[in-house]
Design a protein around this ligand. Sequence first.
Ligand SMILES: Nc1ncnc2c1ncn2[C@@H]1O[C@H](COP(=O)(O)OP(=O)(O)O)[C@@H](O)[C@H]1O
Ligand SMILES: [Mg+2]
Length: 359
Amino acid sequence: MANLSLRGIVREFGPLRVIHGIDLDVAQGEFVVFVGPSGCGKSTLLRMIAGLDRPDGGDVLIDGVRVNERRAAERGLAMVFQSYALYPHMTVRQNLAFGLENQRMAQAEIDRRIGDAARMLQIEHLLQRKPGQLSGGQRQRVAIGRTVTREPGIFLFDEPLSNLDAELRVQMRVELSALHKRLKATMIYVTHDQTEAMTMADRIVVLRGGRVEQAGSPLELYNRPANKFVAGFIGSPRMNFLDAVTREGRNVVVDDMPPLAVPAAAETSDGEPVTLGVRPEHLGFVETAGLPGTVDIVEQMGGESYVYVTLANGARLTVRRPGQTALSTGDAVRICIEGAAHLFSRAEGEPAIAPRVRA
Ligand SMILES: Nc1ncnc2c1ncn2[C@@H]1O[C@H](COP(=O)(O)OP(=O)(O)O)[C@@H](O)[C@H]1O
Ligand SMILES: [Mg+2]
């Protein structure tokens, strides 16, 4: 197990700077997820940690030692990619043994490591098969097994589940979390999927355009997003955003609709243009006042319901309610805030007034 530090990491491809000076410390045993939209630099950053690519500026430190010039094989890391290449002509056991045999490891030690990894990943019964005889999920488990047998100080994963079907992804998510708990290993996991980030991470690092937008625990990001981008990226369905203007006494007005009471930590001033952000689960329905609108579509999930509403000013909102709803298309509704409200400054997308979060 090892810790990792990034100091002012910069990467440029020709004239294009894609990583803009990233600082980050990953503690020993921590599960850190890099999340962000496609093209934001997640893979580039991970490859520089792995030693598959070199930063143009800044330092990578493992256990406090600068490793910029060290080759991938000398960094004590193991990486799992989205497209995992298993040798098709070798059995699973041979695939798992290959890298270790290359290091001239003693056979007894190889057998022990394969036995441990196979048990942990429940692939013992597959050891004599060839990759072509395995399902996608089983192959992915073998690819992970190959990193486990190397007993690295840090595990690196680059979107390892994105080729799997939805059900298998959920299952593998749980298995990877369990693996992390068992090994107590340092893991860095890259994904564009905020659900994977929320469910697996000790700490999430949200990236955009080669910069860190926010780093924190899943609930810190959910409850106190540092800006509108993070607010919109974390949480599913996505946070609702409405242009609004503040009124004194913790109120906002959206166009000429009735004022909305916002649970904010501080008093609101009068006349400040803001973007009001409210998560679908923090909206509710009221009889009077509230924002008037019409129900477009209702999705009944059984355990919860999504109600899609168009407001009188044409803005669209998603409301998520526990259980089942009697509402249907065309119903007139009035919407209020029943949880946290986030007020972002319209210009920078930074919080204008901190939300008050229910304990
Ligand atoms: N070898 C390369 N040459 C030129 N541009 C690259 C190269 N690798 C990545 N990029 C660019 O760097 C940016 C970040 O890419 P990448 O790290 O792959 O993003 P992500 O993994 O978050 O989707 C993108 O704009 C991509 O086009
Ligand atoms: Mg990538």
